[in-house]
Design a protein around this ligand. Sequence first.
Ligand code: G4P
Length: 528
Amino acid sequence: MNKNEIDKIKSKRTIAIISHPDAGKTTLTEQFLLRGGAINVAGKVKAKTGAKNTKSDFLKIEQERGISISASALSFNFKCLNFNLVDTPGHSDFSEDTYRALSAVDSSIMIIDGAKGIESQTKKLFEVCRLRDMPIMTFCNKMDRESRDLLEIIDEIQEQLAIDVAPLSWPVGIGQNFKGVYNILKDEYEIFESKSRHMSQNITIKGLHNDQIKTFLSPELRSKFFEEYELITSLLPKFDKKPFREGSLTPIHFGSALKSLGVDQLLDNIGGFAPSPGNFETETRIIKAEESKVSGFVFKIQANTDMKHRDRVAFTRLSSGHFKKGMKLYHSRLNKYITISNPIMFFGQDRDTTDEAYAGDIIGIPNHGTLRIGDSLSEGEKIKFKNLPSFAPEILRSISCPDPLKSKHLDKALSQFAEEGLASLFKTLIGARWIIGVVGKLQFDVLESRIQHEYGLQIKYEKTNFFTARWLSGDEILINELVNKNKEQIAIDYDGKKVFLARIQWDIDRLGKDFPGVKLNKVKNFSF
Ligand code: G4P
């Protein structure tokens, strides 16, 4: 790979935002895109109601409910750097896809609502990042609203997430008194100046004790700020890049996505400290981003984005090399070469065919079912990526079609959703019933709506006695023995893997004791 190509890769930051619904992910994304020039009017990424529609609101149910379900990837530039933002579906119920989106990024931004602190979805997502020791930047949002005590929030992060927190900024005033943020690294204030009801600008004041700050802050606000600043700089750890990169320290930023304060600083620090595209582990070796040969893996399938064409896009994270449109890449699972003739990338609101892409980029590959989640592409090497997990469903229901003549259509629809990774699909060993498993129950509504709209089928869900599934691995003879003794609780998943369907936790504990040589896995690696 030549220097120019290596520089291109080094200038990329592939990131995701993890947060609880309503913490401000969409607003922050919008601010990023505004800065990158990818959009020019705020309010275009997602409008919960009204005329403007987000480009990622592909599906009817998303539009009806005004929530963003489908993960997609957006690319934008900021100060000589190229950012790939992998969207994580926002609603708390849609976590399986969100989890997997995190396998495609090199670092994450964790948004915390200052009034709420750590919330359940943030915690779950953080734990997935932890599985890979991923570097995480924290943005404590909504400083223009009344907030909880900030030191208490920092304590909560340290305790609940077991990670050190180093402040890189501190808010100047909070709520109604919010004036801006002080950037600790740059030793400068970013102050919000309201010119009129409809006009405002952010101005920069250099130096902690610059007298100019007196124009904006009352003596009380100033002394309160200095007091807090003294306290946090003596009490909290200093920022250090090494533990950040290792995932044991998160730098915290404060700001307001809505008022666009602290956003540039966040982007600057991602540019300065977050890693450029890094290594990926495969079953045989480590793949480095700067290798000259192209490789990548599919982490997300989005189907039927255009009903007229029944299209299907495989979102692929390039893990190495310099990809060019029209390349023939080796598809490991199918053991054949496929031509990538129409790779797409998403720039703000526009979906465009791209002529080239590099390690770190996310390209969408339109296809008719050849690509599945976990598939790998290369220039001839057989690769199996690790760390592309599928999580055990938390709710299981049986699914059938009231019209028995249409059951073949149902099989087809379900296979597609399983390929998209939207749901886990199991067929029971006894009775060959379809059981569908999801992480959040709203997903059942999504599937029903899509089966109706895309396949014209009515379906029926029924409760089952099962509460979760565990993939079986380990000694084949022991697995077969376990299967024979527990046939009524065994099913086969979409990839032909055996799973145990548990009715209560006790079932899992019992099997663990009876068959110590068999592992009951909560997470399945998706690689083929
Ligand atoms: P999400 O994608 O994480 O679910 O959150 P989103 O950005 O949609 O933000 C949730 C709500 O919080 C929105 O208000 C948004 O305007 C508001 N918000 C986001 N960042 C800030 C901030 O820095 N300060 C304040 N004060 N509010 C913020 P909403 O009324 O629910 O929606 P909308 O009508 O504004 O779209």
